[in-house]
Design a protein around this ligand. Sequence first.
Ligand SMILES: NC(=O)c1ccc[n+]([C@@H]2O[C@H](COP(=O)([O-])OP(=O)(O)OC[C@H]3O[C@@H](n4cnc5c(N)ncnc54)[C@H](OP(=O)(O)O)[C@@H]3O)[C@@H](O)[C@H]2O)c1
Length: 316
Amino acid sequence: MQAVVIEQYGGPEELHMATLPQPTIAADEVLVAVAATSINPIDWKARQGLLKGMYDWDFPVVLGWDVAGTIVAAGDQVTKFKVGDAVFARPDIYTDGRRGTYAQYAAVKEDKLALKPQELSFAQAAALPLAGLTAYQVIHDRLQVQAGEKVLIQAGAGGVGLNAIQIAKYLGAYVATTASANHADLLKQIGADEVIDYHTTKIQDVLHDYDAVFDTINAIDDGMAILKPTGRLVTIDGQPTEAQKAQGPSVSGWWLQPNGTELAILGDLAVKGHLQVIIDQVFPFTTDGLQAAHRYSEASHSAGKLIIHVNQPANL
Ligand SMILES: NC(=O)c1ccc[n+]([C@@H]2O[C@H](COP(=O)([O-])OP(=O)(O)OC[C@H]3O[C@@H](n4cnc5c(N)ncnc54)[C@H](OP(=O)(O)O)[C@@H]3O)[C@@H](O)[C@H]2O)c1
């Protein structure tokens, strides 16, 4: 199969098309013919070698951890999905480093899969898993945002932020968010009550007595400064220090746990109109396409997801 790989850690120029064997599947896995994948910051952090401490991969490494496509083979123990099903997932990160989703085929464990709703294109479905699950798990599961609470979501125009704002609004919260001025209209359109231009305004100067903060930019002290003493903060982009943990508000870090059941909930929210899937740009599945997508993501000013169109189903 064709896959975009890296053969050493480094810049975007390390990404290139290669021919690799198709992944073999275990009894509890399916093989997905990939229609679309998406870019997340973890992709270029991994490309730079920043995950070396967590994963001891052999080169060539296939990056990418979002997939939407069609099942072409299923292991003997797979019971809920069958060949021909259109699905989407945030697959596990495999220890061999070969099973990313910048590839024509991806192996996915059954418990990470959800059926792709017919109403969503493959591109929309590929946009949801990693960013959407992270947002859902922090807003719904960890912060347990309640109706009427005041919540700050940092980096509202990011892949995670756009989902988090909409999930918090769905739960009935009052939502403030940070963004560059050119993204304010988009964020208000998806439901944000207040958009703060972080280039000109400090959140501590305008927000007070917040119930919850979703930190996506490693600004834990800033977030803690606007919380009530009983408030809570979850970060996905830093590690709270012991001193921060010892202060009044609760503070903790979170690392996404892939989960097909929660992904199906997100798909349902999208179908029912509670969650718009915002795509910034679609790139081709080529060496140039992946390099351009990494450069764009790394510049950290995308508004929504960057999609890679891998194969050719009719309704991408
Ligand atoms: N722990 C986990 O499990 C986990 C899971 C997912 C993501 N993450 C991490 O969470 C972070 C966000 O991920 P993502 O997918 O949302 O990234 P993304 O889509 O690349 O985020 C891009 C957005 O970040 C905004 N931004 C950049 N600097 C900002 C700042 N100082 N203040 C406010 N907004 C800022 C930009 O807004 P403007 O263009 O409007 O300036 C842009 O819209 C990344 O570091 C990622 O690695 C962690």
